[in-house]
Write a protein that binds this ligand. Sequence first.
Ligand code: DOR
Ligand code: ZN
Length: 351
Amino acid sequence: MQTITLTQPDDWHIHLRDGDYLATTVPDVARYFARAIVMPNLTPPVTTAAQALKYRDEILAHRPKGSAFEPLMTLYLTDQTTADDIQAAALSPAIAACKLYPAGATTNSEAGIASITNLYPIFAAMEQHQLPLLLHGEVTDPSTDIFDRERLFIDQYLSQLVREFPELKIVFEHITTREAVQFVRDAGPLIGATITAHHLLYDRTAMFQGGLKPILYCLPVLKRDVHRAALLEAATSANPKFFIGTDSAPHPRHQKENACGCAAGCYTAACAIELYAEAFSQAGQIEKLEGFASHFGPDFYGLPRNAHTITLEASPWTLPETLPFGADALMPLRGGELIQWRLRTETQQSA
Ligand code: DOR
Ligand code: ZN
């Protein structure tokens, strides 16, 4: 049987939610990943260091026995964020970055940023304190075609932002277009990007195949296949600017399968690394998975690579169609379907 052993990976972009939902999301992420950058878009959002540390304690309370999983916390930038908030975050080793949601761009983004240029003093403070900026990069004008929103964000905001703050580390999160790939490739070494498994495996046509598939609806929305191909090429290119970030984003079933509006987000945390292995092996590039999943993220964030390893085997299995999710049910991506790779459950100490 074909197997592959990797340095244990980290997830550089995940939504764990809070309350009872943590009983599902934390064991799932901790099964694969040593660390994860935890998104702050709770209701209400996590906007201060004190709130982030409290949220971290809630997450740690759900960490499985024996797991060393470490949540890396983020602050949600708002129009009210101050330079003092940034300094307090920078002084806390448990806080790794700040997340910018343009207001109205996605789930729980109502408290996000109305004017990016008004936030320039905050970016200056982040640059000074070496706190990375994580970007949901989409324009929010409701009249802009949804498939163009990421591409237009580059020209309207990101190019200028990168020019104005040359020392600011920026992660262009969950990129979905060839234009974003090209921008990140051409930018300096402080500009990186995360890529999800679902954007590597699916294009927008898949969302409509055999009827509308709420399970595949996420933001930024899936694009044409030529964009998926560009993402796959970037992820398997061994360019350290591109690294793993699942953007696993659970919603209760009734909010996904909702006739009045499907919530955006794909839950991939139950089979995360296996989905990436599938994408990389379909491209004939499985040997490139370790750099993307386990090396380039910690290198970008200036953190040590993990000491343990995990092993994946080419041994198909079926993920349950639904998972418990507090008092609700959760429909994981690929639920009820065959998954080609499987994690061997024990982690191993590196030689
Ligand atoms: O699909 C998404 N879901 N995209 C986001 O940006 C947010 C996320 C969520 O929190 O559900
Ligand atoms: Zn996200």
